[in-house]
Write a protein that binds this ligand. Structure first.
Ligand code: G3I
Length: 334
């Protein structure tokens, strides 16, 4: 069967989120045949790279970066600042107590942030050309659009400004992204647009907007995704699809022991329709990543409830699904 990375050459690199097992055996063969970008799904997050202050661990991520280099793949660095998977010590004050929003704690938190970015981004240098500098900072239910994370509560917007400025200093050639989910929803993307617009006006070095694209067989429409991309064109930022998967479920009450054929077909057409949009916007969309290699390893098996999902291009036996044909040759979907 054709290689996805070859079929999409001329449009954009195609990536997969991976953990270490995907770099071994049959998984590695499938990965290197079809993809030319990888995103370590967890290995570059703070809890993995700096579990205790000043002690950095890079073994797993290094192995993935080596695999990528050996196979002619790019690496997306995910992610430097997030409200999840951040060790508790980051938010403890000088006395070992939970930080309260004081000037001293803000200074301490931002110095930890700077040291973390210098440690992680400095370790990889030019091996990682794209970073999700901040992840999921928007909350469309706040009038200012800003998520009330511990980062925000203690440091306000300065944690975002600091993260981008320090990453730019350490990796001046890397593309720096702000990444978020549900940007197909107008209320969410409008808040994201406002923030990026403000920060760029201040001179904060943001290069791109990452659209996660955790979607399902019925949502969004191609028109909604087109509106998502168009929204950011006036900002002169690159855009990437960073975490795409297409759940076979349309609500949290459904559960199938095996994926029904009709869902897999609807999924294939959703992949086709959304990739058609991405390809029409190839001058904006500089990379598309799916959040997993095959259905044997997907976060959607446990979110929002425990059930068997099948959101990716290859099945649990690593065989090409209708979804694969949706991207490669839609005439072969059925
Ligand atoms: O590594 C431990 C293992 O030692 C332990 O035995 C096991 C038992 O719970 O947990 C393992 O850690 C899990 C980790 O994935 C690695 O498999 C965590 O529990 C689990 O919570 C974690 O989930 C990750 C999730 O982010 C955490 O928020 C998913 O793999 C990862 O795919 C997911 O990725 C996020 C993106 O970063 C941001 N956008 C949303 C996306 C999906 O949630």
């Amino acid at each position: 069967i054709p290689s996805v990375r070859t079929v999409l050459a001329g449009h954009f690199p195609i990536g997969a989120a991976i953990s270490l097992p995907q770099t071994l055996g049959e998984h590695a063969r499938l990965l290197s045949k079809h993809f030319n970008s990888v995103t370590p799904g967890n290995a570059l997050k703070w809890d993995a790279t700096e579990p205790t202050e000043g002690t950095f661990r890079f073994a797993d991520a290094d192995a993935m970066v080596d695999f990528a280099r050996a196979n002619g793949m790019q690496v997306r660095g995910h992610t430097l600042v997030w409200h999840n998977q951040t060790p508790a010590w980051v938010f403890l004050d000088a006395n070992g107590q939970a930080m309260t929003p004081t000037a001293a704690n803000k200074t301490l938190l931002l110095s930890r942030l700077e040291a973390h970015i210098r440690g992680v981004v400095g370790h990889y240098g030019s091996d990682i050309a794209t970073w999700d500098v901040v992840n999921e900072v928007i909350d469309e239910n706040q009038s200012d659009g800003l998520r009330r994370s511990r980062w925000f509560e203690i440091a306000g917007l300065d944690y975002i400004r600091t993260a981008f400025r320090v990453t730019r200093q350490v990796a001046p050639d890397a593309k720096l992204y702000i990444n978020d989910y549900n940007t197909n929803v107008a209320a969410k993307r409008d808040k994201l647009y406002n923030l990026v617009s403000q920060l760029k006006a201040e001179g904060v070095p943001i290069d791109g907007v990452g659209h996660q694209m955790h979607v399902n067989v019925d949502w969004p429409s191609a028109a909604e995704t087109e509106a998502m991309i168009q929204k950011f064109v006036p900002l002169n930022v690159d855009q990437q699809v960073t975490e795409m998967d297409v759940s076979i479920y349309t609500n949290s009450g459904e559960s199938f022991p095996t994926p029904p054929r009709d869902r897999l077909i609807r999924q294939a057409y959703k992949y086709r329709d959304l990739f058609d949009v991405y390809k029409r916007y190839s001058s904006e969309i500089t990379s598309v990543t799916v959040w997993g290699l095959a259905d044997d390893d997907t976060w959607l098996d446990t979110f929002p409830v425990v059930r068997n999902d099948a959101p990716l291009l290859f099945d649990e036996q690593l065989q090409a699904k209708p979804a694969y044909w949706g991207i490669v040759d839609p005439t072969r979907i059925e």
